[in-house]
Structures are given as structure tokens and as C-alpha cells.
Ligand binder design. Structure first.
Ligand code: HEM
Ligand code: HEM
Length: 173
């Protein structure tokens, strides 16, 4: 069954690329760093529009996190019966909203400390920029571990749909 459309998949891997370039490889703050950072922000803005007009699994209203949703997700994991047709589970939804917001914070803090004369080089904004980059990094690590744990305990294919769009449903014998 189809889980992720082409836009979501392209968005995801480009966002991973932008983050890794800016966090690990490029000189912090140089021109290319800024271009890559703004690219990530544009990707996120388009993703936000897609969250309202895209297909069902991409729509925000279909994965708004709630306590009851998170509780029943853990229950499903315990029974090893995660819903095969779902896009993001409720915990995954919480991660998605947090990461999208943090990328926007990256762009706004980067822009303000670089382009607004009165704030040029502002140390508070720079600390915020650095802090939110570190939080994205921490969330990404948790996210990757969570993908493997959910796939294993929930008996559900997660990585293949983010690569090809499709999930092969595992039937319970
Ligand atoms: C993918 C998004 C981004 C990530 C992950 C990221 C990450 C980082 C990190 C980790 C630093 C080092 C901070 C420190 O000194 O501790 C940094 C510095 C910097 N970033 Fe970004 N950034 C992003 C987007 C942007 C954008 C859109 C701009 C726009 C102007 C920008 C401008 C800067 C500047 C000017 C510095 C140098 C600060 C200094 O002088 O110490 N960044 N960035
Ligand atoms: C810097 C690293 C990463 C970041 C910032 C990141 C961010 C995200 C975001 C924002 C989404 C939501 C996609 C959407 O709805 O638009 C997502 C989903 C997903 N990501 Fe990542 N990701 C990272 C690395 C990875 C890696 C390395 C993998 C593979 C092991 C991965 C596998 C997935 C999967 C399988 C989903 C869908 C989860 C689900 O089925 O609910 N991600 N990621």
C-alpha cells in the first residue's frame, strides 16, 4: 500500500541532507551555510502547505498528537500490532511538529543575527541558533532509534515507505 507520496519523500531526504551539511560539514555561518539553511526553511514552508492540501497521510490533522493517541500507540506496540495503513503514529507526529518548528527557528535566528543591523552578531540569537541546532540533532538521533524500535516491535515496515513510498503489509500468522 502507498504510504508516502513523492513530495514527502523528497522533502525528507533533502531536509536530512541540508541538516547534515550545515551541522557537520560546512563552515558555520558562511554563504553556503546560509543558502543551505534557507533551502531547509523553504522545504519546511512547502511541507506546511502540503500538510493542508496533500494526501491523507501527509495532512497534519491526521496526526495531531494526543495523550490518548500516544497511550494507544504504546498499547499497540505491546501487542505488536501497529496499524499498517497509518502514516505517522501519534508519537511520530509530535516529533514531526517539533522538528518543523525547530528548522524555522534556525532560519529566523540565523536571518536576524546576520541581516538585521541592530542584531548583527547578537550573542543571544547565536546561542539560540546553536541550541536549536543541537536539539534538532538530539531529536534526529531519538527519531532514528525510534524508527528501528517501532519497526521491530510493531512489526511494521517504516524505512522502505520513506524510500519507495510503498509498504509491504506483514500478515499475522
Ligand atoms: C539547517 C539549518 C541550519 C542549521 C542546522 C544551522 C546550524 C548552525 C550551527 C550548529 C552553528 C554554530 C553555532 C555556534 O557557534 O555554536 C551555526 C552558525 C551560524 N549560522 Fe546556522 N544553521 C542553519 C541555518 C542557518 C541560516 C538559515 C542562516 C542564515 C543567515 C544561518 C546563519 C548562521 C551564522 C551567521 C552562523 C555563525 C554564528 C557565529 O558567528 O558563531 N544558519 N549554524
Ligand atoms: C537529520 C536527520 C533526520 C531528520 C531531521 C528527519 C526528519 C524527519 C521528519 C521531519 C519526518 C516527517 C516527514 C513528514 O511528514 O514530512 C521524518 C519521518 C521519517 N523519517 Fe526522518 N529524519 C532524519 C533522519 C532519518 C533517517 C536516517 C531515517 C532512516 C533510518 C529516517 C526515517 C524516517 C521515517 C521512516 C519516517 C516516517 C516515520 C513514520 O512512519 O511515521 N529519518 N523524519
Amino acid at each position: 500500500m502507498i504510504i508516502w507520496d513523492k513530495f514527502i519523500r523528497t522533502f525528507h531526504w533533502l531536509l536530512v541532507l541540508c541538516f547534515c551539511l550545515n551541522y557537520f560539514f560546512l563552515e558555520h555561518g558562511n554563504n553556503v551555510h546560509q543558502i543551505v539553511g534557507y533551502t531547509a526553511a523553504v522545504l519546511v514552508l512547502v511541507r506546511i502547505v502540503w500538510g493542508f492540501i496533500g494526501p491523507s497521510n501527509a495532512r497534519f490533522k491526521n496526526f495531531i498528537p494526543s495523550f490518548s493517541g500516544i497511550k494507544s500507540h504504546f498499547h499497540e506496540l505491546k501487542k505488536r500490532e501497529v496499524k499498517q495503513e497509518q502514516g505517522h503514529n501519534p508519537l511520530g507526529g509530535l516529533m514531526v511538529f517539533s522538528i518543523l518548528a525547530l528548522f524555522l527557528i534556525q532560519a529566523v535566528t540565523g536571518f536576524l543575527r546576520e541581516e538585521v543591523d541592530a542584531l548583527y552578531g547578537d550573542s543571544f540569537l547565536t546561542s539560540l541558533h546553536s541550541l536549536s541546532a543541537n536539539i534538532i540533532f538530539a531529536l534526529a538521533v531519538i527519531h532514528i532509534i525510534a524508527v528501528f524500535i517501532t519497526a521491530y516491535f510493531g512489526k511494521i515496515e517504516l524505512i522502505r515507505p520513506m524510500l519507495t513510498g510503498k509498504r509491504r503489509v506483514k500478515r499475522n500468522e
